[in-house]
Every structure is written in structure tokens, then in C-alpha cells.
Design a protein around this ligand. Structure first.
Ligand code: 3HC
Length: 321
């Protein structure tokens, strides 16, 4: 969709779209349409929130990891997610919103985070399923975002993707160990797959016909692929992995279409998706309360840091004066 076809665009907007079409990066001090700025803040902010809310379901299992090695891996993964949140909050801040404003919007429900983190992690096998499927879905979406048009976002994605691929592998390794373990362990792995399959498919967002932002975001290269394209790619790559594990994808309709080479699969329950993104999923309240508590409990740290920073800058001013 070339927005240059729209005769109502100003010359500045036409020149901006031409830069995007040529594959140039837009940097923080460059002129950009307000709607481009707002859409990036929405998407990067939601992405940042997803990273830090995503720490909660896995943080829940750090103390109960079955071995020291598994514990060290999970701890590192959960810390990585905090780092991803930081890169993304920094990228969003370059667009003129403050971190405090973004947190306020997370806490009052005006900004979303990924639906997936509103599901509970009930057993250790869920650590495998989350790494394998959730980080696997995240990579599918985020690798193309390394080429997104906004420079700070694209650059943040490079490191995030490297780390997410380690996360995906550690999850798959847990699934492999459990699938090859005792009958009970294999049942736990299957149960985790059963519970996380459709929520993982929902991570890609509503089907293309119901996606509100895709057309404009793709024209601006804020998004590189449509929701359905990435969902299909994820299914195509994940089904053979499940077969390798000896596990069954919980979908009676799943079949390989020999004409297209793609798997046919059942759509997730979109009513459930809308309930979850509107605050009514199984863990929405718990997740949000945990974030609000962390924010409130950390107030003294922020105040201390700000007092220190203010004192340093006052000293500098005296020295300069
Ligand atoms: N969870 C929550 N909200 C979702 C969603 C999901 N899985 N999918 C879509 N939505 C929301 C959208 O934000 C939008 O709501 P809004 O207008 O209030 O913002 C609405 O549903 C309509 O959806 P659209 O398809 O029109 O929205 P987008 O064009 O923004 O597409 C997206 C949604 C594909 C998630 C896109 O925003 C995107 O690619 N975001 C960047 C990646 C991201 O945020 N990933 C989070 C994954 S979790 C993660 O990375 C953590 C890691 O540790 C695993």
C-alpha cells in the first residue's frame, strides 16, 4: 500500500513516506507524522510492558527449578526480559514519552501487554512450553522487526532477538528432556503444550481482517508482516518440532496442505482473546497487581536515585558557574 497515492497527504508526509519506501531509517530528531509517533509509542510501549510482565509467570518457578543448571538458565532468562524491557522503554522515550507516563498507562489499563502472560504457569513443564512456544512466537514476530523503519526500535530488536533465541532453545531443551523422561513427565509436557498452543497463536494478534493497525503500520514499516502471515509461519515451523518431541498439537483439524506446503489449522477462540486483552483473562488482575506493587515498593529507590542525580547536577552547575 503506497500512501503516496493519497492526495490528501502534505508534501512533508509524502517525503516521509518516500524515505520509508527507500528503506531509510527514521531517527528521533527527524520529522515524523504525529500518527507515526503515536503508533510507535503504542507498539513499543506495549512490547516493553510485555517483556516485564512476562517475567512474572516464569519468575514464579525460579525457586522450584529441578536442578541448579535449570535454575541458573531460568534466572538468566528472566533477567534478560528485564533488559529487553529497558531497551524498549529507552527506544519509546526517544519519541517524547516518559517512562513514568508509560508505567502509569500500564497500571491504569490504558496500555496493553501481550495476552499470553495472562495465563498461569501450573507445572515445571510450563517453563519448557513458554520458552519453546512463547519465545518462539516472539522471535517469529521480532526478527523482521530488526528491519523496522524506526532506528532505535530496530537496533533494540537486534540484541533482543539474539537473547530470545537462547530462550527458545532452553525451553525446547526442557520439553525434550521431559518428553523423553518418565510417562508422567511426558504427560506433563503434553499438558503444557495443550494449554499454551492456542494462547501462543493469539500472540500474533487478531486475524488480518480484524486487525485495526496492520495496513498503516505495514505501510510505515512499523510492522513488517501481517498477523496471519506470521501465525502461519509459526505453525509451519512448530508442528515438525512437536513431532520430533513425540507430542501432539491439540488441533483435530491440523493437516499439511500438499498444494501450498503450509499446515491448515484451527483458529484460536477469538472471543477468549478479546476477553483476555480487555482485562478478563485468568491472571490479568494478578499480573497487574504484581506490577503495581513492584512500582510502589520501588518508590524509595527511585526517589533516592533522583535525589542523588539532582544533587550531582546542582554541584555541576555551581562548578560551571
Ligand atoms: N496481546 C495483547 N494485545 C494485542 C495482541 C496480543 N497478543 N494482539 C493484538 N493486540 C491488540 C493491539 O495492541 C490493538 O490494540 P490497541 O489499539 O489498543 O493497541 C488491538 O489488539 C488490535 O490489533 P492489531 O492487529 O490492529 O494491532 P497491531 O497492529 O499492533 O499488532 C502485534 C499486534 C502483532 C502484537 C504488534 O503490536 C507487534 O508486532 N508488536 C511488537 C511485538 C510485541 O509486542 N510482542 C510482545 C510479545 S511478548 C514478548 O516479546 C516477551 C518475550 O519475553 C517473550
Amino acid at each position: 500500500m503506497a500512501s503516496t497515492e493519497n492526495t490528501e497527504l502534505s508534501e512533508q508526509e509524502i517525503a516521509f513516506q518516500a524515505r520509508i519506501d527507500r528503506g531509510e531509517k527514521i531517527e528521533p530528531k527527524d520529522w515524523m507524522p504525529d500518527a507515526y509517533r503515536r503508533s510507535l509509542i503504542r507498539q513499543i510501549g506495549q512490547h516493553a510492558h510485555s517483556e516485564i510482565v512476562g517475567q512474572l509467570p516464569e519468575g514464579n518457578w525460579i525457586t522450584r527449578a529441578p536442578t541448579l543448571e535449570r535454575k541458573a538458565n531460568l534466572l538468566a532468562k528472566v533477567q534478560d526480559e528485564a533488559g529487553h524491557g529497558l531497551y524498549l522503554y529507552c527506544a519509546a522515550e526517544t519519541l517524547g514519552i516518559t517512562r513514568d507516563e508509560m508505567f502509569e498507562m500500564l497500571h491504569n489499563g490504558k496500555m496493553k501487554y501481550s495476552s499470553i502472560f495472562n495465563y498461569p504457569t501450573l507445572t515445571w513443564a510450563d517453563m519448557g512450553a513458554v520458552g519453546w512456544l512463547v519465545d518462539g512466537a516472539a522471535i517469529m514476530n521480532q526478527v523482521p522487526l530488526q528491519r523496522t523503519s524506526y532506528g532505535p526500535y530496530a537496533r533494540a530488536m537486534v540484541r533482543i532477538c539474539k537473547e530470545e533465541s537462547f530462550h527458545q532453545r532452553q525451553g525446547f531443551h526442557i520439553m525434550m528432556t521431559m518428553s523423553n523422561g518418565s510417562g508422567e513427565q511426558k504427560r506433563m509436557a503434553q499438558d503444557a503444550l495443550n494449554r499454551f498452543w492456542y494462547p501462543a497463536l493469539m500472540m500474533f494478534g487478531p486475524s488480518d481482517k480484524d486487525s485495526v493497525h496492520s495496513a498503516q503500520s505495514m505501510a510505515w514499516k512499523i510492522k513488517m508482516n501481517s498477523n496471519d502471515e506470521l501465525r502461519q509461519k509459526f505453525v509451519d515451523e512448530t508442528v515438525p518440532q512437536a513431532e520430533y518431541l513425540g507430542l501432539t498439537i491439540p488441533d483435530d483439524q491440523l493437516s499439511l496442505d500438499s498444494d501450498t506446503g503450509h499446515y491448515r489449522f484451527s483458529e484460536p477462540d477469538w472471543e477468549e482473546f478479546h476477553q483476555v486483552i480487555n482485562g478478563n483473562g485468568p491472571c490479568n488482575e494478578e499480573r497487574l497487581n504484581a506490577r503495581i506493587k513492584a512500582w510502589d515498593d520501588g518508590a524509595w529507590v527511585r526517589e533516592g536515585m533522583m535525589a542523588h542525580a539532582n544533587k550531582r547536577s546542582a554541584k555541576k552547575q555551581v562548578a560551571v558557574g
